[in-house]
Write a protein that binds this ligand. Structure first.
Ligand SMILES: [Zn+2]
Length: 306
């Protein structure tokens, strides 16, 4: 496996050298690209949209990956050590990051992209009466726009000569997010109020529900770090039957068997897959943030609208 990777890397270096040798590439290439690291794939896509050709973006938790229980690799430490700037979601999502930064002896500034958003809180199942901060703010497009503004300003801070480019890229992308926000609102408006209640695996859609007027119920809390108890699962099944909740959804980052079991035992149909904490691979239906939000809205409408 390692030998194969080295071969692949060698051929990549060869093709890169060939590319750089062509005059067009040499003329078009910026003087030096900024190495940026983003912890999760959703964040990586936002940074790519703002950074454009000027920034190389590496992500740590890849497509369909679960950031709550992620185990960093030596390669992640190398990516961090080479970074000029690091983007994290914050709000308690990446608990493993502090140790990784120390291990990598990373010196790059770390930008918390949720700075300025109003965090939602959720009851902590493990400690009744206590609340926890919900980290999944990207599920509201309005909050994603704050992420983009933070990314724009912090890229300009480490690379002042690129400021005009970051401003222009961010403005163009924010325009697309405005259109996306209207699209998601219009889609959810098609679902009757009494059918706007669904089940997912973990509590990752609080911001979506808050922004667009839906209720998401999950047997698992805000994190995925412990399996839900039999009691939690039984509680959800009772709630589905009592409140006639029409659909349950699989999450792309989670084993589908739990939701399949809840569907079987409750009679609620499986509405499809929602992308919660990670994008799909490039050839999948949620390869970018915009595609992800569009896919999720469509899946909800398909399952719930008359
Ligand atoms: Zn999550």
């Amino acid at each position: 496996m390692i030998a194969r990777r080295i071969v692949l890397l060698a051929s990549l270096v060869t093709s890169l050298a060939a590319l750089l040798a062509t005059p067009a590439a040499a003329v078009d290439a910026p003087q030096s690209r900024i190495n940026a690291v983003a912890t999760i794939s959703i964040l990586g896509d936002l940074v790519r949209n703002v950074g454009g050709d000027r920034v190389d973006v590496a992500t740590l938790v890849g497509p369909n990956g679960d950031a709550h229980v992620y185990s960093p690799t030596p390669n992640d430490a190398r990516k961090l050590a080479a970074a000029r700037i690091v983007f994290v979601n914050g709000l308690g999502l990446e608990g493993w990051m502090t140790r990784l930064v120390t291990a990598a002896a990373a010196k790059a500034p770390m930008v918390v992209v949720t700075k300025g958003i109003t965090p939602l809180r959720m009851e902590d199942d493990a400690k009744p009466g206590r609340t926890m901060i919900d980290p999944h703010a990207w599920q509201s497009v309005a909050d994603a726009k704050i992420y983009v503004a933070n990314i724009r300003d912090s890229l300009a801070a480490v690379d002042p000569s690129g400021k005009a480019i970051y401003d222009a890229n961010a403005a163009a992308y924010l325009g697309k997010l405005d259109a996306l926000e209207s699209e998601v609102k219009a889609a959810i408006a098609k679902i009757p109020a009494d059918r706007r209640k669904v089940i997912t695996t973990h509590g990752s859609f609080g911001y979506f529900g808050d922004a667009y007027g839906m209720e998401f119920i999950a047997p698992e809390g805000l994190s995925t770090d412990a399996d839900p108890s039999a009691k939690d699962v039984a509680k959800v099944i009772v709630q589905i039957k009592r409140e006639h909740i029409p659909a349950v959804f699989i999450e792309n980052i989670y084993d589908p068997r739990l939701i399949e079991r809840i569907s079987e035992e409750s009679g609620a149909k499986i509405g499809g897959t929602l992308y919660s904490d990670a994008l799909s691979p490039p050839n999948g239906p949620a390869a970018t943030y915009i595609a992800m939000m569009r896919h999720n809205a469509r899946a909800l409408v398909d399952a719930l609208a008359p």
